[in-house]
Design a protein around this ligand. Structure first.
Ligand code: C2E
Ligand code: MG
Length: 325
C-alpha cells in the first residue's frame, strides 16, 4: 500500500494555473499491536519511522523498529550536547598548513573547528556542522572560529612570519546575514589584523544554493580587502561561470579529485582544466588533500599555486603549528 501511495504521489500534476507540480512523500509505518496498542504510541512510532524514511533520501517508506527510538534519542542527546558545548564554547580550532607550490614553504593555514569529547577524541565537523546549521548555532560557532583565527594570525605575524594567512570556512547562514561583512570588519579591527591576511572559503555547493542572493555580501567582503575562495571545487555542481561572476581570488580543488586523478582520466582532466581556467581568470589554485609524492609531482606540473594535505601536515592545534614552522 505504501508503494502504491508513493507511486501516485510521484506522478506530476497540473494546477489550475496550468503549472506542472512535482511532489513526493515519505511514509512511516507502525503496526498494531507490535508497535503499540494505543493510537498515541502507534502515531509516535510511525512518525519516528517517517523521519527515517526522509533521512534515507525521501520518496520511500520505512517500518518502525525499536532501535529507531534509540537512534532518535542518540540524535537528541547529540543536539543537547552540542548546545551545551556552544554555550560553554567547549570547541577548539585546529589549523592545517598550506604550502607554496614552488618552495613548499608554509605560507598560511586553514582553520578547522573541532569538538573535543570528555572521553578523548573529537566529533568530526562533518557530523556536527550540519546539526549546528539546523539548530541555528552555526552563526555563533562560525563567528567564534573567525575571531579565533584572526587573533591567532596576529600572534603568528608577530612571532613567525608577517605575511602568514588564515583561511576560514563559511556556512550558508553566515553568508545570508546582510550584516555579516560588518561582523567581519569588527573582528578584524578587534584582532588588529589587516584584511588581506584573511581568506574566506565558500563551498561550491553553498554558492550554488543562491548565487544571486549572496552576490552583494561577496562584493562587500571583497571591497574590504578580504580574499574569497571557492572551496571543494569539483565535488558537486562545479560551475565555471561562478568563478567569473563573483570576485573570487582563490580556487580550492576538492580532495576527491586529487585522490582520484592518478587513476581516473576524467579527474585528471578536471584538475588540469579547472587549474588552467582558474589561472587564466586570475585566480590562484590550491590543491587540497595532497597525500603522496606522486600526487604532488602531478599537481606541480599542472598549474597549482599552493598545496594542502596530509603530506605537508594534518590539522593541528596552534602550538603544534608553531613547532612545525
Ligand atoms: P574542507 O573545508 O574541505 O576542509 C578540508 C578537510 O579535508 C578537513 O576535514 C581536513 O582535515 C581534510 N583533509 C586535509 N588534508 C587531507 C588529506 O590529505 N587527506 C584527506 N583524506 N583529508 C584531508 P575536517 O577538518 O574534518 O573538516 C570537514 C569540513 O567541515 C571542512 O571541509 C569544512 O567544510 C567544514 N568545517 C570545518 N570547520 C568549519 C568551520 O569553522 N565552519 C564551517 N562552516 N565549516 C567548517
Ligand atoms: Mg575549506
Amino acid at each position: 500500500m505504501a508503494e502504491r501511495i508513493l507511486d501516485s504521489l510521484r506522478r506530476p500534476f497540473t494546477t489550475r494555473m496550468g503549472k506542472e507540480v512535482l511532489i513526493g512523500g515519505s511514509i512511516g509505518v507502525s503496526l498494531f499491536p507490535r508497535d503499540g496498542e494505543e493510537a498515541l504510541p502507534l502515531m509516535r512510532n510511525a512518525d519516528t519511522a517517517m523521519y527515517r524514511a526522509k533521512a534515507a533520501g525521501r520518496n520511500t517508506y520505512e517500518f518502525f523498529a525499536a532501535e529507531m527510538t534509540q537512534q532518535v534519542q542518540g540524535q537528541i542527546s547529540l543536539e543537547n550536547e552540542l548546545r551545551k558545548a556552544v554555550r560553554n564554547m567547549d570547541l577548539t580550532v585546529f589549523y592545517q598548513p598550506v604550502v607554496e607550490a614552488e618552495t613548499l614553504n608554509v605560507m598560511g593555514a586553514e582553520a578547522l573547528v573541532r569538538w573535543p569529547q570528555a572521553e578523548g577524541g573529537f566529533v568530526p565537523p562533518s557530523q556536527f556542522i550540519p546539526i549546528a546549521e539546523e539548530l541555528g548555532l552555526i552563526e555563533e560557532i562560525g563567528g567564534w572560529v573567525l575571531w579565533n583565527a584572526c587573533s591567532q594570525a596576529k600572534v603568528w605575524h608577530e612571532k613567525l612570519n608577517p605575511d602568514f594567512r588564515v583561511a576560514v570556512n563559511l556556512a550558508w547562514r553566515q553568508l545570508r546575514d546582510p550584516e555579516f561583512p560588518d561582523r567581519v570588519r569588527e573582528v578584524l579591527e578587534g584582532a588588529g589584523l589587516d584584511p588581506r591576511f584573511l581568506e574566506l572559503e565558500i563551498a561550491e555547493e553553498v554558492l550554488f544554493r543562491d548565487p544571486e542572493g549572496v552576490g552583494d555580501t561577496l562584493f562587500r567582503l571583497n571591497e574590504m580587502g578580504v580574499s574569497l575562495s571557492i572551496d571543494n571545487f569539483g565535488s558537486s555542481h562545479s560551475s565555471l561561470k561562478q568563478m567569473r561572476r563573483h570576485p573570487f581570488k582563490i580556487l580550492k580543488l576538492d580532495r576527491s579529485c586529487v585522490a582520484d586523478m592518478l587513476t581516473s582520466h576524467e579527474d585528471a582532466v578536471l584538475v588540469e582544466t579547472a587549474a588552467i581556467m582558474a589561472r587564466r581568470l586570475g585566480l590562484r589554485v590550491v590543491a587540497e588533500g595532497v597525500e603522496t609524492e606522486a600526487q604532488l609531482a602531478f599537481l606541480r606540473e599542472h598549474y597549482c599555486d599552493m598545496f594542502q594535505g596530509y603530506l605537508f601536515g594534518h590539522p593541528l592545534p596552534p602550538e603544534e603549528i608553531m613547532k612545525l614552522l
